[in-house]
Design a protein around this ligand. Structure first.
Ligand code: COA
Length: 217
């Protein structure tokens, strides 16, 4: 994967978003659910897309037997040469999703998901970073979310950004009957949190470079 792009979901990626939702949550939101998010002014839904840049096309080798046709073919070869320096980006692959709702001064994080084949590479943290960065830009003061106590990967990410447990919802998850931990992160507008975001992004850079990933957002 050569390029990684973090950007808002559009109608173009709806089907892929629903597929990823199925893979990560077993179908949390339907297609119409995602459409509602697109229409909602209070929802920020980001996607992480990966794109592979294929090697440049090679210029066809001239055939000596046709050298006599050189002038007639000149225009054609010129066209081939033009295509030879253009590399073709493969179709983008949806790697991750993240969403929050702005409610009063709070960012309610509703979705954080990374494609199972792309986990453990820092992409979940990258998505959470982007959500929190956008929440601070929207002047929100606090962030909150619910998480299963058994979801160690998610908990580990939330703790990195200073989320702390503030309560539990008993038997919240229908699939496992687990409680939900309610986490909060306050102080989004403080210099301390700005420094947290900056430090985190700086630390992530070599990790992304190690995986040959670049960002454009
Ligand atoms: C949670 C999720 C988004 C994490 O995505 P990811 O890309 O693997 O996350 P990252 O690679 O950025 O970070 C995972 C961190 O958790 C840690 N981790 C993973 N499994 C762990 C475990 N069993 N115990 C403790 N830490 C664990 C990793 O070590 C990593 O931390 P590190 O970077 O310090 O090593 C992903 O697992 C997912 O989509 N899960 C399904 C959907 C979900 O549960 N979303 C959260 C809803 S609240």
């Amino acid at each position: 994967m050569n390029f990684l792009e973090l950007k808002p979901l559009t109608a173009k990626q709806l089907t892929a978003a629903v597929e990823l939702d199925h893979l990560c949550f077993g179908g949390l939101w339907t297609k119409s659910g995602y459409e509602r998010e697109l229409d909602s002014p209070n929802s920020q839904l980001l996607i992480l897309e990966g794109r592979k840049q294929n090697p440049p096309l090679t210029t066809p080798t001239p055939n000596p037997s046709k050298e006599g046709n050189r002038s007639r073919m000149a225009g054609r070869r010129e066209k081939d040469l033009t295509s030879s320096i253009t590399s073709v980006p493969a179709s983008p692959l949806l790697l991750g999703l993240g969403c929050f709702w702005s409610i009063l001064e709070e960012a309610h994080i509703t979705i954080l998901a990374v494609h199972p084949d792309w986990r453990h590479q820092g992409l979940g943290q990258l998505l959470l970073y982007a959500l929190l960065r956008n929440a601070t830009k929207c002047q929100l003061e606090r962030a909150t979310l619910e998480v299963k106590p058994s979801n160690q990967a998610a908990l580990s990410i939330y703790r990195k950004f200073g989320f702390i447990e503030a309560g539990r919802r008993r038997n919240y998850y229908q699939d496992t009957g687990e409680d939900a931990l309610i986490l909060w992160r306050s102080g989004l507008q403080t210099p301390e949190f700005t420094a947290t975001l900056t430090n985190f992004y700086q630390q992530l850079q070599p990790r992304l470079a190690h995986w040959n990933l670049q960002l454009s957002f």
